[in-house]
Design a protein around this ligand. Sequence first.
Ligand SMILES: O=C(CO)[C@H](O)[C@H](O)COP(=O)(O)O
Length: 218
Amino acid sequence: MTKIAPSILSADFLNLKQEIQDISLGGADLIHLDVMDGNYVPNITFGMPIIKSIKKISSIPLDVHLMIDKPERYIDDFIDAGADILTIHAEATTHLHRTIQLIKSRGIKAGVSLNPATPLDVLEYIMDELDLILLMSVNPGFGGQSFIKAVERKIQTLKNRISADYSNVLIEVDGGIKLDNAKHIADLGADILVIGSDIFSYNDVRARTEQFKILVSE
Ligand SMILES: O=C(CO)[C@H](O)[C@H](O)COP(=O)(O)O
């Protein structure tokens, strides 16, 4: 069954505690936390202190997506802050294998994210180490963008490649997922859907989360 991971990127930060309670009551499986450094991506969001605070008020696993250059510098800090899954970008580090090993050595799940234009081939020699592959379906940096159609084929190709030998590796898809395309993306092979604006732009965040949850459980 496909899981849903609301991204708080589009949440009301003055009302964050309530927003987190609402997605929890709506059935969120993970809380997706987009960390941006203004360097790897042209936007800046939040860092360890916010993650630490969320960890104190929620028991839902924290799915931390680092959109930062040289993520190896901060792996221990984000794990200490409460990350349950830590995903780094293949394009952001020279030492992808070493950094994934560092995450795994701390006993949490490790993911690699690929931008829409990055080929799947970069994963070939690290598949054994991975728990999750996050396919970006928008160019990272901002919520509210449109899903890039070419990523549909990428999801299917990845699903076919991993189904035989790496069936335990989860496929997460992030960007441009709305109520009207979520089921289709799940059916292509996504195990986790990241949803930002189409949950948090609604007044009733709990009801909207529930709608996604019911849709992908069908
Ligand atoms: O990583 C992201 C942007 O870099 C966001 O998680 C993603 O875009 C989700 O937001 P939306 O559902 O509004 O597209």
